[in-house]
Design a protein around this ligand. Structure first.
Ligand SMILES: CC(C)(COP(=O)(O)OP(=O)(O)OC[C@H]1O[C@@H](n2cnc3c(N)ncnc32)[C@H](O)[C@@H]1OP(=O)(O)O)[C@@H](O)C(=O)NCCC(=O)NCCS
Length: 181
């Protein structure tokens, strides 16, 4: 693995991350259900991480957005986008960033799960399982096989999740903004 360090995302990373997302996902990213959920409010920079070279070049990025399920009132985080710079793929950066974000969320008070839309073969070894079909609704269509969740603490939360997933506007959650500086 290329020399690197993982750090909370800082404001000055925003342009490089946007370029990475454009490269990784193309213009189609704006129509995805997860993107539309993320449009409801800012990601949490304290739980969003970048992998950087010793010289400060961006190698990869993962973001986390606070979410809440309408029907069951469960608080958690939506993981994504996750992207690794093309020339640094397959060196473990993606997995390291996911592990870092999940670990950080697991010590965040009142975050019960990490949700994402992604490929199960990649995320299952990292502790993610499929959300029982039809239980959660995102603001757009999602292939149920790609709606994955990682319980934090109590595995029973997977069966308890229900309803529309929306941005978590609680002041306590929003108060984490600015911690990355
Ligand atoms: C997906 C992505 C984040 C993986 O990051 P990475 O640092 O290259 O991956 P890692 O080094 O952690 O893991 C590599 C392993 O995952 C596998 N892998 C990569 N993408 C995969 C996928 N979509 N589904 C299943 N396995 C995948 C690789 O084949 C490799 O397997 P191996 O260890 O058996 O050789 C990166 O390829 C990327 O940025 N892709 C474009 C954006 C994207 O698709 N993001 C994920 C959205 S869900």
């Amino acid at each position: 693995m290329t020399d690197h360090f993982i750090a909370p995302e800082r404001a000055e990373c925003a342009d490089a991350i946007e370029t990475l997302h454009a490269e990784a996902f193309g213009p189609g990213r704006f129509t995805r259900a997860a993107f539309r959920l993320r449009e409801q409010g800012p990601h949490d920079p304290a739980l969003s991480f970048v992998a950087l070279s010793p010289g400060g070049d961006l190698l990869g990025s993962v973001r986390m957005t606070p979410v809440v399920t309408a029907e069951s009132g469960r608080h958690g985080h939506l993981l994504g986008p996750l992207a690794v710079a093309p020339k640094h793929k397959n060196q473990g950066f993606g997995r390291a960033l996911v592990r870092h974000a999940v670990e950080a969320a697991s010590v965040t008070p009142d975050s019960g799960f990490v949700l994402l839309v992604g490929d199960a073969p990649y995320y299952a070894p990292l502790g993610f399982c499929q959300v029982p079909a039809g239980r959660l609704l995102l603001p757009g269509p999602v292939d149920p096989r790609r709606l994955l969740v990682h319980p934090l603490g109590d595995d029973a939360i997977v069966k308890a999740l229900a309803g529309i997933v929306g941005y978590d506007h609680r002041p306590a959650v929003r108060a984490t903004l600015g911690c990355a500086g």
